[in-house]
Design a protein around this ligand. Structure first.
Ligand code: ARG
Length: 458
């Protein structure tokens, strides 16, 4: 039975029904739909729009339906038009006439806007929790790897030595910003659309502030046309999710590279690797690759909704039903990727020696060698030239700057002395870098204690 059959003289075509229906995906909003209806019914009672008796029947009925769906006693009818019709029809079949009064002063337009906001708000909280766990693992690893030296890269070429803690710290910043962004989105979206009606409010004396408060919104949404047609918050949320995936994907890419035979900086735990059906030697980083790969579908949800919304006149249009499927897919994707990634990172073996050796071999201390000459009064530009020549000589001799005899140094510039080795040792290069945010031990310890404080406040 349709909610809107009265005006129609012909049955809806079966294909039209199927095309129009949203039950196959909006059934996941059953919990939010019932919570919203409960708040609406309470308010209708408080305002004297429903009698005590009617409200009690409706509320008991909704609570029972909620319990029955939760424990699987009541299956959601796949032939219903949408979750709103299904629950209202079920209520009416259980309690009779009073059930038909629940929709007083409400439209499916403000109802679905509410359901979706409640759903998104809850998912923001879930994802925020997963981000906290990830950030905690990253921060713990930072504490463990304060003196794990590794090459820092630019252009994927070895640049200067850093520590693994420092490298991880960059990701801490990215995911911390992601958490901040989610909090901003949550704050901005937290206004209740219920009571906006189809678009123009209603003549019933609804108490919108009461409903907003009882559903933990900051206040009612201010303009009723905006309230039913606003999907900005969802676009913002999908953009937050896209950013999270972009960060996960970059991290996965690095782990995939580090896990290769050529690098061997890390080794993925067996539980997060898979084998090959033909090549017995293989241990593939499938999970990292899949997370990287799934980034595309989350971006897709964002672009899809932006595109759906771009030409829509006010207020509600059926196009907006398209806000759900891909958003749900994006939410599911991110919700599974973060915890998987967190465990993959936590269980990954870090090969400290390999990392340190790689840092030593790539002339990552060349800048420090130039700084050494600068401290002896040689202009930086000249020093840069001398070190360039020294690098060439090392390449000829197939050795690191650390292993080049002092005679070679002095041959190129007499200002060099035995203390050059100390000045360009990895230990010096990393540990003397203590400007705020740099990889030196003191600077990193400060960063970690700031991370600790930030995490403690969550
Ligand atoms: N299934 C619809 C949606 O998701 C619910 C709102 C229906 N409103 C309407 N005027 N047809 O947007």
């Amino acid at each position: 039975m349709k909610l809107w059959g009265g005006r129609f003289t012909k049955e809806e075509d079966a294909l039209v029904h199927q095309f129009n229906a949203s039950i196959s995906f909006d059934q996941r909003l059953w919990n939010e739909d019932i919570l919203g209806s409960l708040a609406h019914a309470e308010m209708l009672k408080k305002q004297g729009i429903l009698t005590e008796e009617e409200a009690a029947q409706i509320i008991d009925g909704l609570v029972a339906i909620h319990a029955d769906i939760a424990d699987g006693t009541l299956a959601i009818d796949p032939t219903a038009e949408d979750i709103h019709s299904f629950i209202e029809a079920e209520l009416t079949s259980r309690i009779g006439e009073a059930g038909k009064k629940l929709h007083t002063g409400r439209s499916r337009n403000d109802q679905v806007a509410l359901d979706m906001k409640l759903y998104v708000r809850a998912r923001i909280d879930d994802i925020d929790e997963e981000l906290t766990k990830l950030l905690t693992v990253i921060n713990d690893l930072m504490k463990e790897h304060l003196d794990t030296w590794m090459p820092g890269f630019t252009h994927l070429q070895k640049a200067q030595p850093v520590t693994f803690a420092h490298h991880l710290g960059a990701y801490f910043e990215m995911f911390r910003r992601d958490a901040d962004r989610l909090a901003d989105t949550r704050e901005r979206m937290n206004y209740c659309p219920l009571g906006a009606g189809a678009l123009a409010g209603t003549t019933y004396p609804l108490d919108r502030a009461y409903v907003a408060r009882s559903l933990a919104f900051r206040a009612p949404a201010r303009n009723s046309m905006d309230a039913v047609s606003d999907r900005d918050y969802l676009i913002e949320f999908l953009s937050d999710l896209s950013m999270i995936m972009m960060h996960l994907s970059r991290f996965c890419e690095e782990i995939i590279v580090w896990n290769t035979n050529e690098y061997r900086f890390v080794e993925m735990d067996d539980a997060y690797s898979t084998g090959s059906s033909i090549m017995p030697q293989k241990k593939n980083p499938d999970i990292a690759e899949l997370i990287r790969g799934k980034t595309g579908r989350v971006y897709c949800a964002l672009i899809s909704l932006l595109t759906t919304m771009k030409g829509l006149p006010l207020a509600y249009n059926k196009d907006m039903q398209e806000d759900k499927e891909m958003a749900f897919d994006a939410i599911d994707t991110v919700s599974s990727c973060i915890p998987l990634f967190t465990e993959m990172l936590r269980t990954m073996k870090v090969n400290r020696e390999v990392m340190a050796k790689s840092a030593k071999q790539g002339f990552t201390n060349a800048t420090d060698a130039a700084d050494y000459l600068v401290k002896k009064g040689i202009p930086f530009r000249d020093a840069h030239g001398y070190i360039g020549e020294l690098v060439l000589r090392c390449l000829e001799k197939n050795c690191a700057l650390d292993d080049l005899p002092v005679a070679d140094y002095q041959d190129i510039c007499p200002a060099f002395d035995e203390d050059i080795y100390e000045a360009i040792s990895l230990k010096t290069c990393v540990e003397k870098r203590n400007t705020k945010g740099a990889p030196g031990m003191a600077a990193m310890q400060e960063e970690i204690s700031e991370n600790d404080n930030w995490l403690a406040q969550r």
